[in-house]
Design a protein around this ligand. Structure first.
Ligand SMILES: [Zn+2]
Length: 296
């Protein structure tokens, strides 16, 4: 059933209006004859390398280094933004992660922006605030892949069949990854978890877990004793036995909560930085799969 649901959601993503804000390139940029794609940050870089890599006349570059961590904490300089000067298309995650976009659009009002998350409908919410870190859900990531492929095909019809076949190959690899997750997800479904990195609620949605979060910005800031007590009481009352942390999580908090609740800490790869290699998302999610094998 899972596969059918996935395929339906991907078709639905493909059917909606393409998220191309503008189809005109920046008239002031120098046309070097290539179709130049610039991505905002690491997860979008890896995704786009898979969709648009290895095509003659198409380049993929990233505006930020692969080790900056999450883009929503990043303050771009005018110099950084100038990297998109010769871009024909700019690929972003969207869902409010790229908060510097107003500066980008001021500098390049004609820039074609592809929002990879435009068809994602189950992004976690905290009140009014949307949590845009959706790529840790393999389902949502596949929707992003199809959205980027469709948008690039529209913006660059000359290479449409190559984008489409690259995307298909990548989707097949991701389906295989998702299938390998099935057993682990069956063990996690309905379980309670405390999440300490804001890239991980989407993974919990994907896994059908009952998650609670402590307000985080990747690196956990100070938590009041009262907040901590409340979380510990909730976890003990509701048998929350798992803690998901990211590489940047303050281990003191994770360990303090674990010692009061007996919960087990899993430090997961949030796929937010790493090697610039087309297979990185898959290898990083495989690390998590191996780690979570013991949690099910
Ligand atoms: Zn973030």
């Amino acid at each position: 059933m899972k596969n059918i649901k996935r395929i339906i959601s991907i078709l639905a993503a493909a059917a909606v209006i393409l998220p191309v804000v503008s189809c005109a390139g920046d008239p002031t940029s120098v046309d070097d004859g290539n179709f130049n794609i610039v991505t905002s940050f690491y997860p979008m870089q890896i995704l786009t390398m898979n969709v648009a890599g290895g095509i003659d006349g198409v380049t993929v570059n990233c505006m930020s280094a692969p080790d900056i961590g999450c883009i929503h904490d990043h303050v771009f300089t005018t110099e950084d933004l100038r990297l998109v000067e010769n871009a024909d298309v700019y690929v972003e995650n969207g869902l409010e992660l790229e908060s510097f976009n107003d500066r980008l659009l001021t500098a390049y009002p004609e820039l074609t922006i592809v929002e990879a998350s435009s068809s994602v409908t189950d992004a976690p919410r905290d009140g009014e605030e949307v949590n845009g870190h959706v790529w840790t859900s393999i389902d949502d990531y596949m929707i992003q892949v199809m959205t980027v492929s469709d948008a690039l095909s529209e913006a660059d019809p000359e290479h449409a069949s190559q984008y489409s076949s690259n995307a298909q190959i990548y989707i097949e690899k991701l389906e295989d990854l998702a299938n390998r997750y099935d057993d682990v997800l069956a063990g996690l479904e309905g379980r309670g978890v405390l999440v300490l990195d804001e890239s991980l609620p989407s993974f919990c949605v994907y896994a059908g877990m009952d998650y609670i979060t402590i307000e985080t910005d990747h690196e956990q800031s100070a938590l009041s004793a009262g907040d901590m007590r409340e979380v510990i009481e909730y976890m003990n009352a509701n048998d929350v036995e798992l803690i998901f942390a990211g590489a940047d999580t303050d281990s003191d908090i994770a360990e303090a909560v674990a010692s009061e609740t007996g919960a087990v800490i899993y430090t997961l790869n949030t796929c937010i930085s790493g090697d610039v290699d087309a297979d990185s998302y898959i290898t990083q999610m495989e690390e998590n799969l191996e780690l979570l094998g013991s949690a099910g």
